[in-house]
Design a protein around this ligand. Structure first.
Ligand code: ADP
Ligand code: MG
Length: 310
């Protein structure tokens, strides 16, 4: 074999291998870690005349099956971002790609079916005169056949533990029960993404936890992607990643453990959770505490166990 041919072969081998690897990695990524939502340079202003953007050049990706929290001060653009994703308003500029399709004026109704939103105030989201009518409402709009609709209403109400209230008036329910019914209405529509916009903020801590638990179970059962806008950092600490917004922009995207270790949360306008502060101080004092986020009771358990096993 002549030297020229050899070098040519070598070149080919060197060029083809990384290329093949990249191809395999891309295929694997698309198959296993599929992006369900891509936000590219998204901007929005409520007043066309003004130069103040409520959402200003925001970009992020969300993978299928992820639980993502969006946190940030009031007015930082979280709800506006959610409304843009749900097609309730059209972006001033930028792209929203849902399950591989770019959101446009033409396909907004089709793509909205992939998304279910639960809002902060449960009273503003009821349309039906009974709980079951309310859960059925979205399906009626989508033209789901009646028999199918009835069975989905039953299943969705059972899923959120509200079957016994199906003939009741929504107005008579407690805040937590109303949010359960709102979630049932969404589950019945079989979306890919559920967006909770401070959906638990009007509930007491017990009610909050119950809703988060229901959403978590539903997420697992239906392979849902969850985007939760929340002020509850204990809830956010359980998510796969946290997006921090500030003044209409993305301040940071991080895993909860990274975010809570990093004390600039105060600059962002958020309080560092008490347990994260204690854990950070103990680490600085030389205690060997894993770099993960603990809620107060988890930290107490960890400390008791590490003391007991010494
Ligand atoms: P967040 O959900 O983080 O509290 P929002 O997305 O609601 O923030 O608000 C972002 C910015 O847009 C704020 O400055 C807010 O005052 C403004 N804004 C929100 N809704 C409206 C509206 N309907 N009309 C005009 N300005 C609005
Ligand atoms: Mg909001």
């Amino acid at each position: 074999m002549s030297p020229t041919v050899l070098s040519c072969d070598k070149k080919l081998t060197y060029n083809v291998q990384p290329c093949l690897l990249r191809l395999i990695a891309t295929l694997w990524y698309n198959m296993v870690m599929q992006k369900i939502l891509e936000i590219k340079n998204l901007s929005y202003k409520y007043d066309g005349e003004s130069d103040i953007y409520a959402v200003n050049d925001v970009s992020f990706d969300i993978l299928r099956g992820e639980w993502v929290s969006i946190i940030g001060r009031n007015g930082s653009g979280k709800s506006t971002t959610a409304r843009l994703i749900d097609g309730l308003m059209a972006a001033s500029s930028g792209q929203i790609i849902i399950d591989g399709k770019q959101l446009t004026e033409e396909n907004v109704w089709e793509l909205r079916q992939k998304i279910g939103m639960v809002f902060q105030n449960p009273d503003n989201q009821f349309v039906g005169s009974t709980v079951e009518d309310d859960v059925a409402f979205g399906m009626e709009n989508q033209g789901v056949p009646r028999v199918e609709m009835l069975s989905r209403v039953e299943a969705a109400l059972a899923r959120v533990d509200m079957s016994e209230f199906k003939t009741k008036e929504p107005a008579r329910l407690s805040g937590g029960q109303k949010q359960r019914v709102a979630i049932a209405g969404i589950v019945a529509l079989r979306p890919d993404i559920i967006i909770l916009d401070e959906a638990t903020s009007m509930l007491d801590p017990k009610g909050r936890l119950a809703i988060v638990d229901v959403v978590r179970e539903i997420k697992e059962q239906f392979d849902l992607t969850v985007i939760s806008i929340t002020h509850d950092l204990d809830e956010a600490s359980l998510s796969d990643k946290i997006i921090v917004m500030k003044d209409g922009q993305i301040e940071q995207i991080a895993k909860p453990s990274q975010l809570f270790l990093n004390n600039n949360l105060v600059e962002i306008g958020l309080d560092v959770p008490f347990s994260a502060n204690v854990a950070n101080d103990l680490r600085q004092a030389g205690l060997d505490i894993p770099e993960t986020y603990y809620t107060e009771s988890e930290l107490a358990d960890f400390l008791c166990q590490s003391i007991l096993t010494k």
